[in-house]
Write a protein that binds this ligand. Structure first.
Ligand code: FDA
Length: 308
């Protein structure tokens, strides 16, 4: 119930004004977000790379309504990729992008503009010597995102995509995507979705996650197991043992600031562990989805406001 309320609030302009207007919110946001700008984020990312972690970087922003804003987001990614190359960390630092930040929701030529912007970023990623992955937003965007993925993979076969176990359609999508080298980031799903398209019970989502993981692990795809759930990580390891997959034939992924001890434990065990690092000042939607995932985060947030 609390999660549903927080997810509804993540789309409310009124709540956005109230939450972002509280100066102390920032302290809690900092647990999940690596600063407002590229300079701040680069320090954190370089440090993570030094610690043996791989990284994927998200420049926060979504649902852009203006073509100039979408172009500015694209340019921010181009600058970011150049910076990572200059810092010598691009081989361990890829980028994650939301097509809605690149134009997918514009009133005109939305899919064309989003794709052109994504192509420009893919070219910059290739030039920097790294890769990129498309985030998946709510269920209304899945067809367009998978369509863009198909276009991108024609020239950039290493472009990855996030797939949400919560959606009923995912079993079919995962079967389609389970091809050689296909980079698939398997997530549970962070959006509030109707019962007509998505599992509503956590145990149903977990079962769907395991089914998708089995399909990917038993294929020649490159699964990216993006979960903090220890049971999912243990099942992934069991599947790796069962299929005889090499350590570098898949990777584990977690969000910045969550289960950092486990992140290092996976690296120490020889796995690739990639941390999803968001940065930027448009953190509201991302932050609210993190609160919704774990009620304890809400208590942490409220306590920080009370203990001022
Ligand atoms: P689950 O929610 O069951 O949590 C398992 C345990 O992990 C919890 O008990 C807790 O210990 C810990 N945990 C989980 N979330 C936490 C939090 N916010 N704070 C503190 N602890 C927490 N979603 C989406 O719809 N589209 C996308 O593109 C992406 N992209 C993405 C990339 C990466 C790298 C990750 C790790 C996740 C995403 N997600 C996403 C988010 C994903 O869908 C999901 O909402 C979260 O990962 C939480 O689900 P878990 O699998 O961690 O399990």
């Amino acid at each position: 119930m609390l999660s549903q309320t927080l997810l509804a609030a993540s789309r409310s302009a009124k709540m956005r004004g109230m939450i972002t207007g509280v100066p102390l919110t920032r302290r809690v946001v900092d647990r999940f977000v690596a600063g407002d700008n590229l300079d701040q984020a680069s320090l954190i990312i370089s440090d993570l790379v030094d610690q043996g972690l791989a990284v994927t970087v998200d420049r926060l922003g979504e649902d852009t309504q203006d073509a100039a804003d979408a172009a500015a987001t694209r340019d921010a990614y181009l600058e970011m990729l150049k910076r990572f190359a200059d810092l010598g960390i691009a081989h361990r630092t890829e980028v994650s992008l939301k097509l809605s930040a690149l134009g997918q929701k514009l009133p005109q030529d939305a899919e064309k503009i989003a794709l052109e912007n994504a192509i420009a970023i893919a070219e910059a990623a290739r030039d920097a010597g790294t890769t990129m992955t498309l985030d998946m937003e709510d269920h209304t965007t899945v067809d367009a995102t998978l369509g863009a993925l198909r276009e991108l993979r024609g020239e950039f076969p290493w472009v990855g995509v996030a797939i949400q176990a919560a959606l009923f359609r995912t079993e079919g999508d995962v079967a389609d995507l389970a091809t050689a080298g296909s980079r698939v980031r398997l997530v549970k799903g962070a959006y509030m979705e109707p019962a007509s398209v998505a599992h509503q019970e956590k145990h149903e989502v977990d079962k769907a996650y395991v089914r998708a993981m089995k399909t990917l692990m038993r294929s020649s795809a490159y699964p990216m197991i993006a979960s903090h759930d220890q049971r999912m990580i243990d099942i992934a390891h069991a599947l790796i043992a069962e299929t005889g997959r090499a350590h570098d034939a898949q990777e584990f992924q977690m969000l910045h600031g969550i289960r950092t001890t486990e992140q290092h434990r996976l690296v120490d065990g020889g796995d690739t562990m990639r941390v999803y690092v968001p940065f930027g000042d448009d953190w509201y939607g991302y932050f609210m989805r993190r609160l919704a995932e774990r009620p304890a985060n809400v208590m942490f947030f409220l306590n920080s406001l009370v203990k001022r």
